[in-house]
Design a protein around this ligand. Structure first.
Ligand SMILES: *Cc1c(COP(=O)(O)O)cnc(C)c1O
Length: 294
């Protein structure tokens, strides 16, 4: 919980942080290829499709992760809102971007299932299919690989429906950086520098929302594209002669030192104990008896 201890991440040499992070990213990519290969083999896909997996993803490319339940409020396909603009971002050969999706929909959630369907179709669209992967059977083991290996964790729920968004907190301990709507934990965690830009991550859209869902999806997706194009991608690819992105690593360190001491299980338990468990028992209000004569 001690923020002074976490502040010491600033003393870790950038090279060391980056080397460790890249090792975890390579492990995540190797794991993803393995999973996709097995899935394609199990479905009886042809040898070409199975071998294609060896070309999937690049450990040097900016890697985004999106993994959670596919409830419709989580807007798993917000990134596809303007599919052409998204393809432009992902297909850039000089500054490539790649994304890993994982998650399940409730069997009775038709809209959630449709969102997964659209994403999987997008994964096979030409030009960017080596930059996108949907990993099946999301579970805790896979979640751990993901939160350890990604550069950016994307979370774009419909406000104000996100209770917390715990996966984003797990990412911070590993030096991952959050790009999220200001909802759930991120409305408390996000910090800015004096010019108003993100200090420990990025905020999609503003700290306000409309009840018009279509309009909100447009506002938030535009903001997400804008962030990727003008802040996230340029910061990641601003690397020195040895390929070390010092500005990026500064933000990784900010993500660790600001979030790790504030969002953890110590805090959770302490909050439960002081705010819920040990509160004086509140007596239930007297039921209101209808004064209507029977
Ligand atoms: C952390 C985690 C979740 C919860 O993540 P949210 O961001 O709160 O949606 C769900 N499933 C798995 C496997 C997890 O590890």
């Amino acid at each position: 919980m001690d923020s002074q201890i976490w502040a010491k991440v600033d003393q870790i040499p950038d090279e060391e942080v980056w080397w460790r992070h890249q090792v975890l990213k390579e492990r995540l990519i190797a794991y993803t290829r393995d999973q996709l290969k097995q899935a394609r083999q199990n479905r009886g896909e042809d040898a070409a499709a199975v071998h294609e997996v060896d070309q999937l993803l690049d450990p040097r490319a900016l890697t985004i992760g999106f993994a959670r339940r596919f409830s419709s409020y989580k807007r798993g396909n917000l990134l596809l809102h303007d599919a052409q603009r998204a393809v432009q971002i992902f297909s850039n050969t000089e500054y490539p971007v790649q994304i890993l999706f994982a998650g399940k929909a409730h069997p009775a959630d038709e809209e959630g299932k449709r969102i997964i369907q659209r994403l999987i179709e997008w994964c096979s669209s030409s030009g960017i299919k080596h930059r996108i992967a949907f990993i099946e059977n999301y579970d805790m083991y896979m979640a751990r690989k993901l939160v350890q290996g990604v550069d950016v964790w994307l979370n774009n729920p419909r406000r104000p429906l996100e209770a917390s968004g715990t996966s984003g907190q797990k990412v911070c301990f590993n030096g991952g950086i959050n790009c999220s709507v200001l909802d759930g934990w991120w409305s408390e965690g996000y910090q800015v520098v004096p010019n108003g830009k993100g200090f420990n991550g990025w905020a999609i859209g503003e700290d306000a929302h409309t009840s018009n869902q279509e309009l909100q999806d447009k506002i938030d997706s535009d903001s997400l594209y804008q962030l990727l194009e003008s802040e996230i991608v340029p910061l990641y690819y601003d690397q020195d002669a040895d390929g070390i992105p010092h500005g990026w690593i500064q933000m990784m360190k900010a993500s660790i030192k600001t979030n790790a001491p504030a969002f953890n299980t110590d805090r959770m338990i302490a909050d439960y104990v002081t705010q819920i468990y040990s509160r004086e028992k509140v007596t239930d209000p007297q039921p209101v008896v209808a004064s209507v004569p029977l």
